[in-house]
Design a protein around this ligand. Sequence first.
Ligand SMILES: NC(=O)c1ccc[n+]([C@@H]2O[C@H](COP(=O)([O-])OP(=O)(O)OC[C@H]3O[C@@H](n4cnc5c(N)ncnc54)[C@H](O)[C@@H]3O)[C@@H](O)[C@H]2O)c1
Ligand SMILES: [Zn+2]
Length: 248
Amino acid sequence: MASRDLSSEVSRAILDRIRKARRVSVLTGAGVSAESGIPTFRGAGGIWEKYDFNKLATPHGFMENPELAWDWYQLRQREMMKAQPNEAHLVIAEMEDHFPSFAVLTQNIDGFHRRAGSRNIVELHGNIWRMRCVRDGTIVELDSPVEHIPPLCQCGSIMRPDVVWFGEPLPSEAIEAASTVARESDVMFVVGTSAIVYPAAALPALTKSAGGLVVEVNVEPTPVTAYAALTLFGPAGEVLPAFWTLVR
Ligand SMILES: NC(=O)c1ccc[n+]([C@@H]2O[C@H](COP(=O)([O-])OP(=O)(O)OC[C@H]3O[C@@H](n4cnc5c(N)ncnc54)[C@H](O)[C@@H]3O)[C@@H](O)[C@H]2O)c1
Ligand SMILES: [Zn+2]
């Protein structure tokens, strides 16, 4: 694939700031995994156009019919197992070696950043490869899709996916860690997120108001576009590698 030339879109001043940056973060959303074949939540072809999230991604819906919810999570685990991290995940992993401090703040539950080689990852919405006992909180890590539905804890109670559902708070350690990273970032890249799901959507503004540079990558404008120093429009798997070629 002919790689895109971004040299006319990116100023020298921005490149200099990124090269001199000591603390860098990347906030990612479903868009970074779109080119791996994982559908995003919103927008054309988004998951919530086809499924009823009340039944699948709320505590109440889950407890009403855990089998139905687990059928869906098992299907998603199978899809994610077959899919691969894409060029965007790989470049983000490569970037980690170039800065003294680097963190990936992800809203995704698919585990692709780790598979691509990223090490310092804050998972804001949990991970589909973990489940948690609804009674005692026991955590079980998975390396393949669940087999028996619904999966049970040793205590006999039902396990749920260890992901954040609608109406649930984010894990407090994760959002605190992410907020600290955001405030301290010299540069934050915001990749493939619609930036409308709070509190994750507030993180780029923390970077900006603390004097950091926000650089966005998305196929369309978002609320972040209004205050980002630069938005690169296009698919993350093309734009991010092309951009990184300019920087490094
Ligand atoms: N892969 C996953 O783990 C996954 C998948 C779907 C949704 N989610 C969940 O979605 C919720 C938050 O919303 P979000 O902002 O992450 O997703 P979202 O679906 O709301 O937004 C996706 C964004 O990605 C952009 N986009 C689509 N294709 C792109 C591409 N190829 N390159 C760059 N950008 C692209 C869209 O324009 C949109 O702004 C979170 O709760 C997250 O857990 C996760
Ligand atoms: Zn238990």
